[in-house]
Every structure is written in structure tokens, then in C-alpha cells.
Design a protein around this ligand. Structure first.
Ligand SMILES: [Zn+2]
Ligand SMILES: [Zn+2]
Length: 190
């Protein structure tokens, strides 16, 4: 009976809006408001994504125009990912604009179809639109803070934990070990 929200793996089905009532009624419009659970993270996708199952809130106006249905509105979501320097968790609140004209397929020439967004069976599919809008707003190189010192290039030590961390260049093979000894002696002093 109940549908598992986690099984909503695709925004394309969750954000499909029927526009039958608007077609051929130029000037007519309808407000839509829908919150859907985020699908599974795209492996190897962009750095900042909406965690699976978390809300993606879409609010838009569907407007009937001569060429098709014009959609404008916003999508709001909370993204998370990792700092591109130190791998600490990073969060980002995003509100992105939606702006798209869904054309009647019969009004688009065959050679222009690839570059056009088309109505599908008298419905507008906001899934791809929402995905692109979130990706556009997402930080490409997220940082936990502007001046994050990152990780030591030699041993991966979090530089934030000890800004004086460094390696006296003796031998690369011992560099990592030396870092460990330095930490231990510090703990003993404390
Ligand atoms: Zn960081
Ligand atoms: Zn180091």
C-alpha cells in the first residue's frame, strides 16, 4: 500500500506536471508547489549534492503561451559534500531559479528539437530542469572556510590541527613516520 520514498530514484517521475488544463488557453496559468525526496547521490557527480531522501522543494508558475508552456519559479534544497582541501563536511543552502519554455513538439522543426525543451504528452517534466539548476548553484570547489589550510601534501595531516606542522626533509620514506613521532612527543608534553 505505502510507497517507499527511497524508491523514488528519479526526479523525472516525481516532478512531472500535467499541463492539459493549460494547453490552448494562452494566458492561463497555474501555480505548482511540490516537495520531493532527493534521489540517490550520483557517484562521481558534482561535489555538492542533495543527500538522498532530503527535501527538494519546487515552486513554480506554469503559464500557457502560444509556443507551449512557460515555467518560472524556484527550487530550494540543502546540499552537502566535502571541503575540497581538507575533506571536512561542507553544507550549502541553495535557492535556484527555474526558467524554461516547454515547446509544443509540433511547433518545433525537426532540426531544432535537440536544442529545445519539449512538452511530453501534454506534461512538463521539471526533473532535468531542477537537476541542472541545483548543479549550476552548487559550489564546484567547496571549502569549509575561505582560508582552509587543507592537508599536508606529504602525510595528509590536517594542517588546522597544528599550523606549525612541517617536515624536515631527511628522506621521503621517513617523512610520514616523523610526523607521527612529532605528534606523540607533543602529547607527552601536554
Ligand atoms: Zn577545509
Ligand atoms: Zn605532514
Amino acid at each position: 500500500m505505502s510507497s517507499d520514498p527511497a524508491s523514488t530514484s528519479s526526479l523525472d517521475t516525481a516532478l512531472l506536471f500535467d499541463a492539459v488544463d493549460l494547453i490552448s488557453r494562452t494566458g492561463a496559468h497555474r501555480h505548482v508547489d511540490r516537495t520531493v525526496p532527493a534521489p540517490a547521490r550520483e557517484a562521481g557527480g558534482i561535489a555538492m549534492q542533495v543527500p538522498e531522501g532530503q527535501d527538494i522543494a519546487v515552486e513554480a508558475e506554469l503559464e500557457s503561451v502560444v509556443e507551449g508552456i512557460y515555467v518560472h519559479g524556484t527550487v530550494t534544497a540543502h546540499l552537502d559534500g566535502e571541503c575540497s582541501r581538507c575533506l571536512d563536511p561542507v553544507e550549502q543552502d541553495v535557492t535556484a531559479r527555474l526558467n524554461e519554455l516547454f515547446m509544443f513538439p509540433e511547433k518545433v522543426k525537426a532540426d531544432e528539437r535537440e536544442d529545445s525543451t519539449l512538452l511530453e504528452d501534454e506534461a512538463v517534466n521539471l526533473g532535468p530542469l531542477v537537476r541542472d539548476a541545483l548543479a549550476m548553484e552548487a559550489d564546484e570547489r567547496p571549502l569549509c572556510r575561505e582560508d582552509c589550510p587543507g592537508l599536508c601534501g606529504q602525510c595528509g595531516f590536517r594542517m588546522e590541527d597544528d599550523p606549525d606542522h612541517h617536515h624536515d626533509v631527511i628522506d621521503d620514506r621517513f617523512a610520514a613516520l616523523q610526523g607521527l613521532f612529532e605528534d606523540e612527543s607533543k602529547n607527552e608534553e601536554a
